[in-house]
Design a protein around this ligand. Structure first.
Ligand code: PMP
Length: 350
């Protein structure tokens, strides 16, 4: 058809399956197996439908931004909020990656980065992880149009040190550097303190993993006020009110309940430790994970086969038919009971 010449064509990002079948064990999209803080359920009961007739507050005036500012001890003008960190990252690509030079990110990383680059026509170049799936900071020294990487990286779970992050930021003062910390709360050290020192650094986090609110869609970026102002300018030029009122009200409760948050993250890290032992016992190898998932390969049985057989047991994990990683499974850390069911199924498969 003639009109198709004028269509923006893209190969979309493919999220992990969201099977609607009851009783399955879902270890495929890094959701938190525990519910959000109890205050969130209470806040749901207290929602006032009458208030929905109004547009939500401007972002910097929301209780959510105020709560985050208080929690992280930064200014409300240092926080940008969005509909999940996907929305935040998408706005970041649109705002800061305007150079003719390529944006750098790892070859094995969050598979949304190249999709945003494509949809916004941003040139990019990937930097190969080393043989142990680690980011090499020295790869990010050539001239570029911006740098983005997750820490810990996804889907490998590998963390780089704060010094390594700083080295990348320091060597790229002419562009904006994004550290995607979707999984930082599972034992990593955040680069947040570096934002005071570097005006070219944005740290992005989410409520979807450690705060158990993937279904609410909330993410945020933190950096110096000029970065946040530029982001808001672009955001207001696309869709001014993206955050809905219930999401804004509920998320505040998740930020305030520090004890529940810490307890939840600790439980997941403990289960992860156990999972490392159990998987190793069954012949799996994997890089050390600092996230709520393990990226594992079996010494004898191909990943695809395990992936498909686990599904027959109603256990879903993630597998990519992609060079370098097609013999790996990304297994989200579930509850202890869910993990036990996984080990039992693996005993029959491998
Ligand atoms: N960054 C990374 C590295 C992720 O794995 C994910 C989860 N798919 C996201 C960002 C986006 O998560 P959300 O939009 O739910 O905040």
């Amino acid at each position: 058809m003639k009109w198709e010449e004028n269509v923006r064509r893209v190969t979309p990002y493919t999220p992990g399956e969201q099977p609607q079948k009851a009783g399955i064990i879902k270890l495929n999209t890094n959701e938190n197996p525990y519910g959000p803080a109890p205050g969130v359920a209470e806040a749901i009961r207290e929602l006032d439908a009458e208030k929905l007739r109004l547009y939500p507050a401007f972002p910097e005036k929301t209780d959510l931004v105020k709560a985050l500012a208080e929690h992280y001890q930064i200014g409300t003008d240092q926080i940008f909020i969005g509909v999940g960190s996907d929305d935040v990252l998408s706005m970041i690509f649109l705002t800061f990656f305007q150079s003719d030079r390529p944006v750098f990110f790892p070859d094995i990383t969050y598979s949304f980065y190249d999709v945003w680059a494509d949809v916004y026509r941003i040139p990019y170049e990937t930097k190969a992880l080393d043989a142990d799936f680690r980011i090499r900071p020295e790869d990010y020294r050539q001239p570029n149009g911006g740098v983005i990487f997750p820490n810990p990286n996804a889907p490998t779970g590998e963390l780089i040190s704060l010094d390594a992050v700083e080295e990348i930021v320091k060597n790229n003062r002419d562009v904006v550097v994004i550290v995607d910390e979707a999984y930082i709360d599972f034992g990593g050290i955040s680069a947040l303190p570096l934002i005071e020192k570097y005006d070219n650094l944005l740290v992005v986090q989410t409520f979807s993993k450690s705060r158990s609110m993937a279904g609410m869609r909330i993410g945020y970026a933190m950096g110096q006020p000029p970065l946040i102002r530029y982001l808001n300018d672009v955001k207001y030029s696309v869709n001014s009110f993206t955050m809905n009122m219930p999401a804004l009200a509920l998320s505040v409760e998740a930020v305030r309940d520090e004890a529940y948050f810490t307890d939840c993250c600790n439980k997941i890290m403990k289960t992860r430790e156990r999972a490392e032992e159990e998987l190793a016992k069954r012949g799996f190898v994997f890089p050390k994970s600092s996230a709520n998932f393990i990226f594992a390969s079996h010494k004898a049985v191909p990943a695809r086969e395990i992936f498909e057989k686990l599904k027959e047991h109603d256990i879903y994990v993630r597998w990519w038919n992609k060079a370098r990683i097609d013999n790996y499974l990304r297994i989200t850390i579930g509850t202890d009971e869910q993990m036990e069911a996984l080990y039992r199924a693996l005993d029959q498969i491998v």
